[in-house]
Design a protein around this ligand. Structure first.
Ligand code: NAP
Ligand code: G4F
Length: 383
């Protein structure tokens, strides 16, 4: 018999990659999915199986992290060997608008999982992975950040995740549970939500190249993030639960880059050079040059004439509405412990990540370009 895993947040970026990864390893994967007015299963549709089939390896349950009875019932029914608690209101800026909800889902939600496992007498059977975050370091107290670096959260999201981190440690120490924190630095992919900065950029750059969109408004261009590929990071989550003893690990690449440089690299990937000038809310990024060979190869000849006409125009602008009340200016992780103890090594560097995201977004956005050409109204909804 293969192992049984329960994934909260299965419809999200990491949940989708994790499901695929565990199914390939022979697991039966159960996932908790919120009821919504649309299906919202796009990221896992390729794994979907008809509920009438016997011996399915992907089974979805309706549930919500704010509903204790529901969480307890599902865990009781599934009797999982491993729980990956990935569900969260995961957007830092949105957490300033919905602080109580974020605390409930991201903080108390974790307690609900831990306490359910304890009350169901599953502490010897069920291993728990808690999706902790580099946002815990916030106003960083040490560079680079590692497992022993003190936390200094800078948002309602990070404060909620701080509670989740410590309640996980507490249940491990108090009840001898196999409960672990993965302190993951930012990880991105073509499946990344459209309102996180990397995907907002790769979508906008693709749409600008294809002539669907004129420009994009961004927030703080100077903050720095340590970006890896989600595919590498879910392997680390898995490895954390396969160890002999439970522990907490930082997962990061050790390379940090500004938002501005991520934008520049995304344009360069498809043969467009941009130059930034000005500061603060007045900063802009202008198209400086087109490298025709690369552009034609990556985007297509039919879009070349339009982009050439735009040399000298500003395509990146700043709107202070995207600034955060308190910002995390710099994140850079030291994953020595994971590399040593888990033998974890990321395969993707930043250029390979950007190439993957740009390739998929150009392909995706071309569908919109053709619809626009056919007369359909194409909306820009970037938040
Ligand atoms: P994501 O794409 O935003 O996915 C979040 C998932 O949580 C979605 O499936 C979402 O469901 C679900 N969810 C939200 N509220 C819920 C609720 N009340 N009840 C049940 N499910 C709920 O996030 P991600 O990037 O995959 O990240 C996975 C986890 O890692 C999160 O906990 C995040 O905070 C943490 N993390 C992420 C990163 C990163 O860089 N990606 C880094 C460190 C830690 P819907 O589809 O219905 O919205
Ligand atoms: O992509 P972001 O929204 O991610 P952030 O805030 O770093 O949080 C992500 O990573 C955390 C791990 O460190 C996770 F725990 C969390 O769940 C989430 O996945 O913003 C990155 C940076 C910020 O400094 C932000 O101010 O980009 C800056 N930024 C600049 N312009 C922008 C924008 N962020 C967004 N979302 N949109 C902008 O227009």
């Amino acid at each position: 018999m293969g192992k049984v895993a329960l994934i909260t947040g299965i419809t999200g970026q990491d949940g989708a990659y994790m499901s695929e990864y565990l199914i390939k390893k022979g697991y039966t994967v159960h996932g908790i999915k919120r009821r919504s007015s649309l299906f919202n299963t796009d990221r896992i549709d390729h794994l979907y199986q008809d509920p009438h089939l016997e011996n399915r390896n992907l089974i979805l349950h309706y549930g919500d992290m704010t509903d204790s009875m529901n969480i307890t019932r599902i865990i009781g029914e599934v009797q999982p060997d491993e729980i990956y608690n990935l569900a969260a209101q995961s957007h830092v800026k949105v957490s300033f608008d919905t602080p109580e909800y974020t605390a409930n889902v991201d903080g108390l939600g974790t307690l609900r999982i831990l306490e359910s496992v304890r009350l169901l007498n599953l502490t010897d059977k069920t291993r728990i992975y808690q999706a902790s975050t580099s946002e815990l370091y916030g106003l960083v107290q040490e560079i680079p950040q590692k497992e022993t670096t003190p936390f200094y959260p800078r948002s309602p999201y990070a404060a909620a995740k701080l509670y989740a981190y410590w309640i996980t440690v507490n249940y491990r120490e108090a009840y001898n549970m196999f409960a672990c924190n993965g302190i993951l630095f930012n990880h991105e992919s073509p499946l990344r939500g459209e309102t996180f900065v990397t995907r907002k950029i790769t979508r906008a750059v693709s749409r600008i190249a294809l002539g669907i969109q004129q420009d994009v408004y961004m927030g703080n261009l100077s903050s720095k993030r340590d970006w890896g590929h989600a595919k590498d990071y879910i392997k680390a989550m898995y490895l954390i639960l396969q160890q002999d003893t439970p522990d907490d690990y930082v997962i990061a690449t050790g390379v940090t880059t500004t938002i501005r440089d991520f934008i520049e690299k995304s344009f360069t990937e498809i043969g467009i050079k941009v130059e930034f000038c000005g500061t603060g809310a007045e900063e802009t990024g202008k198209i400086a040059e087109i490298i025709p060979d690369i552009f034609v190869n990556k985007v297509g000849e039919s879009f070349l004439e339009n982009i050439r006409k735009r040399i000298g125009e500003a395509v990146i602008k700043v709107d202070p509405k995207y600034f955060r009340p308190t910002e995390v200016e710099l994140l850079i992780g030291d994953a020595t412990k994971a590399r040593t103890k888990l033998s974890w090594e990321p395969k993707y560097n930043l250029d390979a990540l950007i190439e993957d995201m740009m390739q998929k977004d150009i392909k995706e956005m071309k569908k919109e370009a053709y619809l626009k050409e056919a007369g359909y109204r194409i909306l820009n909804y970037f938040e």
